[in-house]
Design a protein around this ligand. Structure first.
Ligand SMILES: [Zn+2]
Length: 297
């Protein structure tokens, strides 16, 4: 019996709704299309995207989820068949067509046919998943699947926000808004790694303590007046870069916390480049920009 004729267990979504819509089912193992690899899933990360796909997130520009569906964005595992069978891999969930202008310049998330593993095609909440061979990154033996599967969605997004887009530099003062979430936590660690002076907001004392343990120089209560605390801590100067992983509830205060700075990423904000973001922006020479799950940079 070939692997393609066998079945696998998968967390199926046959209709949108709450978590009771998730059903553990026995379904056929998917066949790998030309250019794809069949991966035996070793570990899969959980993200808010799993909730969004289960609930059927709707909005402008958001393609509908085709049901039935299997979510699971972050996959680490072993190539199940083919010339590279047995190879341990981490899967980059950002999938472009590979041929268009945006893909050729490395901006995969801007590809007109951009898809995300686990959102637009079946993901890793199953025993097997098929992925484009070009998205499978060899994984060293010493990296556990559970560690690897924690990386892709959050760390590539945070890297893009902090480094590719935010251009964080050693010695810069960076504010991470929402530092206890997956992307925020990754952004905090990247900022510390670069040598920036990282400030953080988080909702509980335990989360703020964790932010300090990860290298933040200060952590403020996200439910309190953290804008005033940031401005006091910086003697009224503000920060050079804000990475805001929260969104609308914090957007205005994030902008106000900038010295003459940038706002970058899943939203980050930074200084020094003209923009028309708000009345305050030209004066502060701010630039705001966005960043989504990245290719590899
Ligand atoms: Zn493309």
């Amino acid at each position: 019996m070939t692997i393609a004729t066998r079945t696998m267990r998968a967390a199926m979504i046959r209709e949108h709704g709450d978590s009771d819509r998730l059903q553990l089912e026995e379904v056929p193992i998917p066949s790998a299309a030309p250019g794809d690899l069949l991966i035996r899933v070793g570990a899969v990360g959980l993200n808010h995207l799993d909730v969004f796909t289960r609930q059927g997130l709707e909005g402008p520009g958001i393609p509908p989820i085709t049901l039935p569906h299997v979510s699971g964005v972050d996959v680490a595992g072993t190539v199940a068949e083919g010339p590279t069978a047995g190879q341990r891999v981490l899967v980059n969930p950002a999938i472009g067509c590979g041929a268009c202008r945006q893909c050729r310049r490395g901006e995969i998330s801007m590809c007109p046919n951009y898809t995300i593993l686990g959102e637009h095609r079946w993901g890793g909440l199953a025993e097997y998943a098929t992925v484009p061979a070009t998205n499978a990154i060899p994984l060293p033996d010493h990296v556990e699947f559970t560690v690897a599967a924690a990386l892709p969605a959050t760390y590539t997004t945070a890297w893009r926000g902090m480094v590719t887009v935010g251009r964080v530099r050693p010695g810069e003062r960076v504010l991470i808004v929402g530092a206890s979430g997956g992307v925020g936590c990754a952004a905090l660690q990247i900022g510390v790694l670069v040598g920036a002076e990282v400030l953080a907001t988080a909702s509980t004392s335990a989360k703020r303590q964790r932010a300090l343990e990860l290298g933040a120089v200060a952590a403020f209560d996200s439910r309190g007046d953290w804008l005033t605390e940031v401005m006091d801590w910086t003697a009224g100067e503000g920060v050079d870069l804000v990475h805001d992983a929260v969104g609308a509830p914090t957007w205005r205060r994030s902008i106000q916390s900038l010295a003459m700075g940038w706002l970058s990423a899943a939203s980050s904000f930074r200084k020094s480049t003209p923009c028309t973001h708000s009345r305050a922006s030209p004066k502060r020479r701010m630039r705001s920009t966005g960043a989504s799950t990245s290719a590899r940079s």
